[in-house]
Design a protein around this ligand. Sequence first.
Ligand code: PGA
Length: 256
Amino acid sequence: MKSYIVGNWKLNFNVGEASIYLHKLQKKIPNYRDVEVVVAPTALCLQPLSLQLDRTKIKLAAQNAFYNDFGAYTGEISFAELNGLVNYCIIGHSERRYIFHEDDKMIAKKVAACIRNKITPILCIGEIESERAFGETKDVIHDQLVGGLSEVSAEDIDKVIVAYEPVWAISSTKDAKPATPDEIAEVVEMIRQNLKEIYGAKTADAVPVLFGGSVKPTNAGAYLTVPGISGLLIGGASLILEQFTDIIETAKRVSK
Ligand code: PGA
């Protein structure tokens, strides 16, 4: 299975900065066929970056969109508009859940809208620190996964990527603490078990599961070799070209 290295730029880099970064990144990395390199800039950057994108090396992801394709929804952009522009979209990131109050129902509609518009959703799930402390991780993972996938049929589940991002490990969380490979392995097992129960064993194994939360060049190798992990979703370190390319090269080495 190929591995995925996804840079979530969040609300960073204006069009000029994003364009310069992409130019340098494309110069720095070859076409690693077994590593899918993806960057998720702000919505405003997608169109200009698509014009300079070397699609043999890098793919674009959106960070969010609205679930209806068109209509009276002031201020929104739709997955229908993103169709053809991006290959992926991050859905249900914890910042969308907790700052913008997205619930599993809304997230499920967004996942369905992605698939309808030929965009691969990267469905983010993960518990907050207090949920882990109270032994609720298993339930939270189950509910967010089942909730987010509630509109995805068995025929379409191979068009979905899941990302496990424990909120307590995300670098912008107060007192963030990097997860250990064992902690990640335990939750990946829960995710695969849930997928198995809904879609059957064969399909469950085919769904890529990424990890995200304080990923750095120093821990990327350990995270990429956690059983069941197919890649990384990277925030802070993806904004630093040297760190992001270092992680991409680690993924290449590990995938050999
Ligand atoms: P981080 O962010 O790598 O800065 O922890 C990850 C994410 O929020 O997707």
